[in-house]
Write a new protein. Structure first.
Length: 88
């Protein structure tokens, strides 16, 4: 389902925990999308190398023109209670 998945669109998602008005909040974002597998790999590597905030990155191969909720596992990043309670 990642870089080697058969679906043509490669998306990179990021998960992180931020401070928001004194509370910790889990945030999931799509940070990059491409039809070029090599470019997705290059961008993922550069994001991981530059990561200074313990962000988590996940790559998905996504089919086009499909309700993604119908897939066995659609693009998502889990943020756990433990992630929210980690000391800074």
């Amino acid at each position: 389902m990642g870089l080697n998945g058969a679906a043509p669109l490669k998306i990179i998602m990021s998960g992180n925990v931020i401070e928001n008005q004194g509370s910790k909040v889990g945030v999931v974002s799509v940070v990059f999308a491409t039809m070029d597998k090599a470019l997705a790999r290059e961008r993922l590597n550069s994001l991981i190398e530059a990561n200074k905030n313990d962000d988590y990155y996940m790559v998905y191969s996504v089919p086009l023109d499909m309700d993604l909720t119908q897939l066995e596992h659609f693009p998502s990043v889990a943020i756990t209670t433990e992630d929210l309670s980690k000391a800074d």
